[in-house]
Design a protein around this ligand. Structure first.
Ligand code: 2AM
Ligand code: CA
Length: 259
């Protein structure tokens, strides 16, 4: 998984250099980025098929590709943080998860520009460039830093998000929006952020991050405290002490009880 991620990322990093040159053109680098994204996905599919010929795939670009082995499936986002990449902002990642019998078994999130390789395997802990990582130990909302995703043009529920943001910003040390859900989850696993929530995501945005956070000692749920993250697209990730207060504040702001 790490080998495939590095291979795809090497080309992505080169393409990222090109993107800057394309900003000044009227159309911008959109088509170029879309090709870079698809090429990265092809590389990942090729490399992982070579290693495990029978596993299936769930790919952001190509969708579902059935494998002979029905219990193992790769869930892949070749370029998470596409908007950042498109705008020449160096915060994006390759995300690969291995789902086994319906459960995320292993995950790799690779951020090529700063060479950060986040890895986790069920029961083996979470690592950054080979060193063990843990979720943060902060237990006070007012000391805690949260990450989220701000809804954009389209289907997401903007008023609900504004209520949640208002409630969290009022009692925390700050809220960040960096634009890659995969890296947000990896940063939770590394103890950088203390909590993260977002809605409207797809399975490939969060699959690898889920096992990373869990193996780093954190908690992942949907916004109702259930485990329907992958199907609902809503996710909350945090450490043990902040789990209850963060869940509560998001729930109460959704129901209009807060702020
Ligand atoms: P992407 O960069 O692969 O599109 C940002 O809020 C997060 O939402 C990113 O992880 C981004 O993944 C994800 N996302 C999912 N659907 C999106 C969309 N239609 N537009 C922008 N970001 C989207
Ligand atoms: Ca994504």
């Amino acid at each position: 998984m790490t080998g495939a991620a590095r291979k795809a990322a090497r080309k992505l990093a080169r393409d990222f250099g090109e993107v800057e040159n394309l900003q000044i053109s009227k159309k911008g680098p959109a088509d170029f980025v879309s090709t870079a994204d698809k090429t990265a996905e092809k590389t990942l599919q090729y490399e992982l098929s070579k290693a495990r010929p029978n596993f299936g795939f769930l790919l952001e670009e190509r969708g579902e590709v059935a494998g002979a082995d029905t219990s193992n499936r790769w869930i892949i986002d070749p370029l998470d943080g596409t908007t950042n990449f498109l705008h020449g902002i160096a915060h994006f990642a390759v995300s690969i998860a291995l789902e086994r019998d319906g459960e995320i078994f292993a995950g790799v999130i690779y951020e090529p520009i700063h060479d950060q390789m986040f890895t986790a395997e069920k029961g083996q802990g979470a690592h950054l460039n080979g060193g063990r990582i843990r979720v943060s130990g902060r237990n006070q909302m007012h000391e805690s830093l949260f990450a989220t995703g701000i809804p954009f043009k389209g289907v997401r529920n903007h008023p609900l998000f504004l209520r949640q943001l208002e409630a969290v910003m009022a009692i925390s040390a700050g809220v960040r929006r960096f634009g890659s859900a995969a890296l947000d989850l990896a940063y939770i696993a590394a103890g950088r952020y203390d909590g993260f929530w977002e809605t409207g995501l797809s399975p490939w945005d969060m699959a690898a991050g889920i096992v990373l956070v869990r193996e780093a000692g954190g908690f992942v749920s949907d916004l109702d405290g259930g485990q329907d993250m992958m199907s609902s697209g809503a996710i909350l990730a945090t450490n043990a002490p902040l789990r209850e207060p963060l869940e509560r504040i998001l729930r109460e702001s959704a129901s209009g009880k807060r702020p």
